[in-house]
Design a protein around this ligand. Structure first.
Ligand SMILES: Cc1cc2nc3c(=O)[nH]c(=O)nc-3n(C[C@H](O)[C@H](O)[C@H](O)COP(=O)(O)O)c2cc1C
Length: 223
């Protein structure tokens, strides 16, 4: 698979088949992904890979926590601005409408949305779940490096016939990640990721997302 095909065929998959992914495949993906560049070659990424019983225990613990005392769980970093503004507000609303429209959740049906969001925590039934972390004493520049590593994982997954969904949703439940998966107090949970074989029939896997035209985000000079 060439790099253009890997990039353009990648999309967030939110329904997976039960078909397992061998540990060796995941090892191959993350080993090659670690060819990502990093400032000073410090390679600040860390990844916790789970499957089977560990993944199930992690999912179960989060699903229970969000029903009982969800207010106790907050991310250790700010992912969104304090106040939304354009053009970003419209973009996130658009993708939300596309997703909930595809699966038939009407606008304002909070209960159905809460339930659908909860599917994040079973990794959308993917056989493999990953948690990406970074040591908390690293600078903001190192977060770029980890982002590049994460993107590599998603593209290499495509080359193996696999799909992914990056999931900031897991950052909220870092306390549970520490308890169940053994993530150290020295690490910040950046995001999770589902990895597996996509269910091609699922409506949540079958809506295209938009991108703004080049002129809106790029400037060229001196050509
Ligand atoms: C860092 C990051 C965190 C994300 N968190 C979630 C998440 O928690 N749940 C989810 O369903 N999608 C999540 N996404 C997927 C985005 O919604 C998705 O990438 C975006 O809508 C563009 O769609 P595409 O990935 O299909 O191109 C996340 C993506 C990124 C890069």
């Amino acid at each position: 698979m060439d790099v253009v095909e890997a990039i353009t065929s990648r999309h967030s998959v939110r329904a997976f088949l039960p078909r397992p992914v061998p540990r060796e495949t995941v090892e191959r993906i993350i080993e090659v992904a670690a060819r990502a560049p990093s400032s000073g070659n410090i390679q600040p990424w860390k990844v916790h890979v789970m499957a089977g019983e560990t993944k199930d225990r992690f999912s179960q613990a989060i699903l229970e926590a969000r029903e009982v005392e969800d207010h106790l769980y907050v991310a250790e970093y700010q992912d969104y601005p304090n106040e939304w503004r354009e053009p970003y507000d419209s973009r996130r609303r658009t993708v939300g409408k596309l997703l909930y429209g595809a699966i038939g959740i009407p606008k304002g049906d909070r209960e159905a949305m809460w339930k659908q969001f909860g599917r994040n925590y079973t990794f959308f039934d993917a056989p493999v779940g990953l948690l990406f972390t970074i040591d908390r004493d690293m600078g903001v520049g190192s977060w770029f490096d980890v982002g590049m590593f994460i993107q590599n994982v998603m593209l290499l997954a495509r080359a193996e016939g696999l799909d992914t969904c990056a999931q900031g949703a897991f950052a909220l439940y870092h306390k549970i990640a520490r308890k169940v998966v053994g993530v150290s107090e020295l690490e910040i949970v950046m995001c999770g990721m589902s990895l597996g074989y996509a269910d091609p029939e699922a409506p949540e896997n079958n809506f295209p997302t938009e991108r703004v035209p080049l002129e809106e985000f790029a400037t060229f000079s001196g050509f």
